[in-house]
Design a protein around this ligand. Structure first.
Ligand code: PGA
Length: 256
């Protein structure tokens, strides 16, 4: 398990990337020097078609490769689906579950997300469980209530607390160039850490890292990653270019 003392920087390529895009991973590997390895862990989640190739390419680089979704069953008659076991077999170490695009375009419920997180753990993958409020939730003052409902519904409290990562991604900040204020990020992250302590009970101190996601770029990464209780970032658009992804990683503080 990666040390919590280092930031975790995760790239989510979404439905972008062909085989030639693997050169970006090679570029990230070249830039992931000793100094950066000291301050942060890097994971790149390409589309499912590239997971095997990316994992081969990343061998020896210490960059983790992850997927963006998985099915909750290990195998069976689920045409078009990919199980966590299949992803692990390809060399993935991680899988994002419950991204807001999956929740809204594919009607995934909190219960689905919890089942997928459990499937990931069953297969030996680290689930990154995404939560986040809509703009209207925020305007109506419902942010913390929505986050709490998603955490209680999506995070498997019976699991090893340290094996799970949570990503806070306000839906209105994803791909929009908008970000919450640093004070708002701090408030939600403090709240998430507190709720995880409740969900995992006595194992509270050992719960996994909580990432911020939504329009993180090299230009705002330093201030966001310096916010208390922000243990790293989940990056969409800016993860597609190695230099931008590395720029964000270089902005991560060393957490001693
Ligand atoms: P963005 O996406 O960085 O492009 O805003 C973040 C995400 O969806 O994980």
């Amino acid at each position: 398990m990666p040390a919590k003392s280092r930031s975790l920087i995760v790239g989510n390529w979404k439905m972008n990337g062909l085989r030639h895009s693997l050169t970006e991973i090679a570029h990230v590997a070249r830039g992931y020097d000793a100094k950066l390895r000291h301050s942060c862990d890097l994971i790149i989640c390409p589309p499912a078609t590239l997971v095997c190739l990316a994992a081969q390419q990343a061998l020896g680089s210490r960059i983790g490769i992850g997927a963006q979704d998985c099915h909750m069953e290990a195998n069976g008659a689920f045409t078009g689906e990919i199980s966590a076991e299949m992803l692990a077999d390809c060399g993935a170490t991680t899988v994002i579950v419950g991204h807001s695009e999956r929740r809204s375009y594919f009607a995934e419920t909190d219960g689905d997300v919890k089942s997928k997180a459990l499937a990931a753990l069953r297969a030996g993958l680290m689930p990154i469980i995404c939560v986040g409020e809509t703009n209207s939730d925020r305007e109506a003052g419902r942010t913390l209530g929505v986050i709490k409902r998603q955490l209680v519904g999506s995070v498997p409290g019976s699991a090893d607390a340290g094996a799970i990562v949570v990503a806070y991604e306000p839906i209105w900040a994803i791909g929009t160039g908008l970000t919450p204020t640093l004070a708002d990020i701090a408030e939600v992250h403090r709240f998430i850490h507190r709720e995880l302590a409740v969900i995992f009970g006595t194992h509270a101190a050992g719960h996994g890292r909580v990432l911020y996601g939504g329009s993180v770029k090299p230009s705002n990464a330093e201030s966001i990653l310096a916010v208390e209780h922000v243990d790293g970032a989940l990056i969409g658009g800016a993860s597609l270019k190695a230099e931008d992804f590395l720029g964000i990683a270089r902005a991560a503080p060393a957490r001693v």
